[in-house]
Design a protein around this ligand. Structure first.
Ligand SMILES: Nc1ncnc2c1ncn2[C@@H]1O[C@H](COP(=O)(O)OP(=O)(O)OP(=O)(O)O)[C@@H](O)[C@H]1O
Ligand SMILES: [Mg+2]
Length: 727
């Protein structure tokens, strides 16, 4: 159940955790409207600052500027007119006697009106009657030398020629040679190098005759100033690239433009090369290739309009255009702004929107993360605790920090864990009790099983013994009967063998005596010899002693067997005596010396045993039997251990060898009479059965077992005291 991946919260980008799911959900939910609002704001903003609005603004600005210039021109015209009128009234006749006062008056006009470079009065013949001797700043001009001379400049000459015929005239934008001679504008901007001039006839009020000409040469800088004022105005509206320009009536010659680089009073604009600023006198079409702009001006006639163009190359501009009302001049005023500048606020706005969206998104992420943490950390703790409990730490509890659903979940979980712990404790208790009970039962069962097993073994032993004893008893009866039946006839045979030998010898002696009789006739001797031959007497005489010997030996053997069988069946009885068992064993060992010396090591492990009651000869026969069997069982070399000990009114004699041992199937049969595994002639199979009988007679027991390391152990257990009735 415990899915490992559940608690691997470290991998933020795995989509599995609740926190990340929440994060993604909330980010999507919040960013969609955010982005929507941003796009909407951007579109709304762009619409607000549309090109049309800017064009309108630029047209208005151009028209304003044109109007200002118009007013200025009109004012100048009126001023020139009124100056000419005033002058003539003050100095009718233009006499040289009033010269100083005339100059004074011209100087006053120059200083007070601030736009004139030269104010000059010319008489009918074209000679200069009066000229200002100071400039607009009351600084002296070297103009006195002009007095009495004719006008030199072609433009001024022409002006004079037209005005002397009684008309007010003017001269368009030009470079006045007089001004150039008198003024040094090398430290000023280029606009100072240009002028416009007005000519006004001086009329005699009585005769209405033209008596002279008033000429005002105005410095072009006053017009340029009006154009220049556009720049700060647009700057205020955050259109920093905005500027004004003006062409002449031909809609081609540039007579005014923003040339900031040349203006000593203003800081240069960045990204505008200084050399490009001086466009005075250059041609819109010829020099700048703006033919469309030129044609548009011609086509539009005198109405307000605007036009988009590219100048310098790569810099797109929007412009508003307006005509100067004064048809005599017919200038065209333009106000232009870089498109980049126009749409800068929108771009800025878009950046702001992007930045704000990003910041808001970041805030959303952080907030969501914090909120998600607030949910997921307690959940993670819960999972951690649950896993810990699953691993068996039932004491583990969740820390409940809040009262919300997660908090309730935590405390419910704790309740559950507590209940689980109680259950576990109860279960453990129960388990322990159960274990104890099982152990007790098992012990009981085991002990009863042991008792049963012991009883069963005892029973089996007893049964075996019973069977054995019964078998041995019936064998004893059988053997006793046979022995008894054989005993009497055997006595006839065995008891008479001595006589037989004796009698035979005597008969032989007798026969030989007869044989050596001298009185015997040859015929008788021959008959006897024949008879001897027929009877094979020589052989008989030879063989008879051997035959009798064999007969005697065989009878002796049968006698031994019978007496052995009688011993087994306890038919004999001897006198009971006190027996030293150790001494009895030693006698047996002595008698058997030939069988074991240099071949078998005897290990005597004699314990302290008392003398016992018994039949000495019979018991030593038992030990002889056991030791003989042991020596036979050891093929070449080996060991025999003889151990004695006393215990519980009995003594034990143990004879152990490390010989060939007894196969299992033979163990039960070795006490039977005539059971032997030895070759014919080597053993009769009576040794152990006789021993068994003897031990039974002593109320003892004889046991056999195979020794653990190979070989056999015979144990003889004998009571120390014999009961009275035992014999
Ligand atoms: N110590 C022993 N190790 C191995 N086998 C033994 C031992 N004692 C007895 N036996 C076996 O028991 C059989 C019976 O022994 P038992 O003494 O009765 O007869 P026997 O030794 O064969 O002949 P004998 O009549 O000469 O004693 C033996 O033939 C032998 O197989
Ligand atoms: Mg034997």
């Amino acid at each position: 159940m415990a899915d490992k991946a559940i608690h691997t919260g470290s991998h933020f980008f795995k989509f599995r955790s609740l926190r990340n799911k929440l994060l993604i959900l909330i980010i999507v939910l919040s960013l969609l409207p955010l982005i929507g609002i941003s796009i909407f704001s951007y579109n709304a903003g762009s619409k607000q600052i549309s090109k049309d609005r800017i064009r309108l603004l630029l047209e208005n600005k151009a028209q304003d500027t044109a109007d200002k210039i118009d007013i200025m021109l009109r004012n100048q015209k009126q001023e020139v007119n009124s100056m000419a009128t005033t002058f003539w009234r003050t100095f009718p006749g233009l006499g040289t006697q009033n010269h100083a006062a005339m100059v004074q008056m011209l100087n006053d006009f120059t200083v007070s009106h601030e736009v004139y470079d030269i104010l000059v009065v010319v008489d009918k013949s074209g000679r200069i009657v009066a000229v200002n001797t100071v400039n607009r700043l009351s600084q002296p001009l070297g103009s006195a030398a002009l007095l009495g001379q004719e006008l030199k400049g072609a433009e001024e000459k022409e002006l004079f020629n037209r005005s002397i015929r009684g008309a007010s005239t003017h001269h368009d934008w030009y470079r006045s040679s007089v001004v150039q001679r008198l003024y040094d504008y090398s430290d000023r901007d280029i606009s100072y190098w240009y002028n416009i001039a007005y000519g006004e006839p001086l009329l005699d009020p009585v005769t209405h005759e033209t008596v002279g000409v008033w000429i005002s040469i105005i410095n072009w800088s006053c017009i340029q100033n009006i154009l220049d004022s556009v720049e700060p105005d647009l700057s205020v509206q955050d259109l920093k690239t905005g500027y004004a320009f003006m062409y002449a009536k031909d809609a081609d010659t540039i007579i005014g433009h923003k040339y900031r680089a040349n203006r000593k009073d203003l800081a240069p604009l960045p990204n505008y090369p200084a050399a490009k600023q001086d466009l005075y006198g250059t041609r819109v079409v010829g020099d700048h290739g703006l033919k469309d702009l030129h044609d548009a001006v011609l086509r539009q006639n005198r109405s307000v309009f605007n036009f988009a163009y590219e100048f310098p190359k790569g810099t797109r501009k929007l412009s508003g255009l307006a005509f100067i009302d004064d048809a005599a001049f017919g200038w065209v005023v333009g106000v232009g702004v870089d498109e980049v500048d126009i749409f800068r606020p929108i771009r800025t706005l878009s950046w702001w929107i992007v930045a704000a969206t990003l910041i808001l998104a970041a805030l959303v992420v952080v907030m969501t993360y914090l909120v998600a943490q607030g949910i997921t950390i307690p959940l993670k703790n819960l999972i951690h605790t649950a896993q810990s409990i699953a691993q068996g730490n039932l004491k583990e509890r969740v820390q409940v920090r809040s009262s919300d659903e997660v908090g309730i979940l935590g405390s419910t979980f704790n309740d559950m864990a507590r209940a689980l712990e109680n259950r576990e404790t109860q279960l453990q208790e129960l388990n322990r009790n159960l274990e104890n009970m099982v152990r007790q039962r098992t012990q009981e069962l085991e002990s009863s099983h042991d008792a049963l097993k012991k009883a069963y073994l005892d029973l089996q032993n007893t049964q075996e013994q019973l069977v054995h004893t019964e078998k041995m008893a019936s064998l004893g009866q059988l053997v006793a009967g046979i022995a008894h039946e054989i005993k009497n006839p055997l006595n006839f045979i065995y008891g008479n063998t001595g006589f037989l030998s004796d009698y035979t010898k005597k008969l032989q002696l007798l026969l030989e005596a007869f044989d050596s009789l001298p009185s015997l006739s040859p015929e008788d001797r021959a008959r006897i010899d024949n008879l001897k031959k027929e009877c094979n007497y020589a052989f008989i005489r030879e063989d008879l002693p051997t035959l009798i010997n064999n007969f005697t030996e065989g009878a002796g053997r049968i006698n031994t067997i019978v007496s052995d069988l009688r011993t087994f069946s306890r038919m004999d009885s001897y006198m009971m005596a006190e027996i030293d068992v150790h001494a009895s064993i030693e006698i047996s060992l002595n008698l058997l010396r030939n069988q074991y010396k240099e071949r078998i090591a005897i290990h005597r492990e004699y314990g302290a045993i008392p003398k016992i009651q018994g039949y000495a000869g019979k018991l030593s026969q038992v030990f002889m039997n056991l030791l003989t069997n042991a020596f036979h069982a050891i093929g070449e070399k080996g060991d025999v251990w003889i151990r004695t000990r006393a215990a519980g009114g009995m003594i034990e004699v143990e004879v152990q060898d490390n010989g060939q041992g007894i196969p299992r199937e033979n163990l039960k049969r070795i006490f039977e009479p005539f059971f032997t595994t030895k070759a014919v002639g080597q053993g009769t199979g009576l040794g152990l059965s006789i021993s068994y009988g003897i031990i039974e007679q002593h109320h003892g027991r004889i046991l056999v077992a195979n020794a653990p390391g190979g070989g056999t152990i015979f144990t003889v257990r004998l009571p120390i005291e014999q009961e009275k009735s035992a014999s």
